[in-house]
Write a protein that binds this ligand. Structure first.
Ligand SMILES: C[S@@+](CC[C@H](N)C(=O)[O-])C[C@H]1O[C@@H](n2cnc3c(N)ncnc32)[C@H](O)[C@@H]1O
Length: 219
């Protein structure tokens, strides 16, 4: 990932800002980063090392789910660096989803033990969630993942339908592909913002990502 800071919606042109603020679902579907083709040509070697924001995400997940049998789903898992970290810490009920078939195939060679013990699905978030997957204790994602899903798809509603307790996101809140109102969307789905860290980890190249933990209210 490059270190270029995207312009927040607030500083974009008036027309774009108006569109993004009031009619997010009408925003045109961006090509490139939103497509399977883009990610399948993006080398998986960029997702092997652990960065401070990734470690912050994993520390949060492990604190929220100390039970090693907790069902944990990584959305946009790519080659599985985060899943493998959890596996190394004793977690044995891991799942992942990513539409990048190259990354899922590379995962088998990069992390064979974790891969064999986990349920990894090569699918888009949309197809995966629409198929009604088994609920899990925690869903997490390390973007850019959710940021790339067009707002016309009810991503938050569908994710919350399968998350029994928490949804943890380390994502770009500014310079995103589409404008989102995460707190509002999660509140509508019965989740409240329980923890927010901006930036997700201090003094890192990826300091512009935030950590947001949403907790089910009736859980
Ligand atoms: C920036 S990479 C992050 C990978 C991983 N979370 C990590 O940090 O190691 C984004 C990942 O999300 C996946 N992705 C993006 N949009 C997706 C979608 N709609 N459905 C499934 N996977 C998607 C891509 O294939 C890619 O592997």
């Amino acid at each position: 990932m490059n270190g270029r800071v995207g312009r927040p919606v607030l500083f974009q042109s008036f027309g774009k800002r108006l569109l993004h603020t009031f009619l997010p679902w009408l925003v045109w579907r961006r090509r490139g980063v939103t497509t399977r083709e883009y990610w399948e040509s993006y080398p998986t070697k960029h997702f092997l090392e652990m960065e401070p924001a990734s470690l912050a995400l994993l520390a949060e997940v492990m604190e929220l789910a100390p039970d090693r049998n907790s069902a944990i789903l990584d959305m946009g898992c790519n080659v599985g660096r985060h899943l493998n970290h959890l596996y190394g810490h004793g977690y044995r009920n891991l799942r992942g989803v990513d539409f990048n078939r190259v990354a899922v195939s590379d995962m088998q060679t990069q992390h064979p033990e974790m891969f064999a013990a986990s349920k990894v699905t090569a699918s888009s978030f949309q197809d995966f969630l629409d198929a009604g997957p088994e609920p899990v204790d925690i869903v997490y994602t390390r973007g850019a993942t959710f940021e790339n899903v067009h707002p016309s798809y009810p991503l938050v509603k569908r994710v919350c339908a399968i998350a029994k307790r928490y949804v943890v996101m380390v994502i770009l809140e500014t310079g995103h592909t589409y404008p989102r109102f995460w707190e509002y969307e999660f509140a509508r789905a019965g989740f409240e913002l329980a923890h927010l860290r901006r930036p997700a980890a201090a003094l890192t190249p990826e300091h512009r990502v935030s950590l947001l933990t949403f907790q089910r209210l009736d859980g």
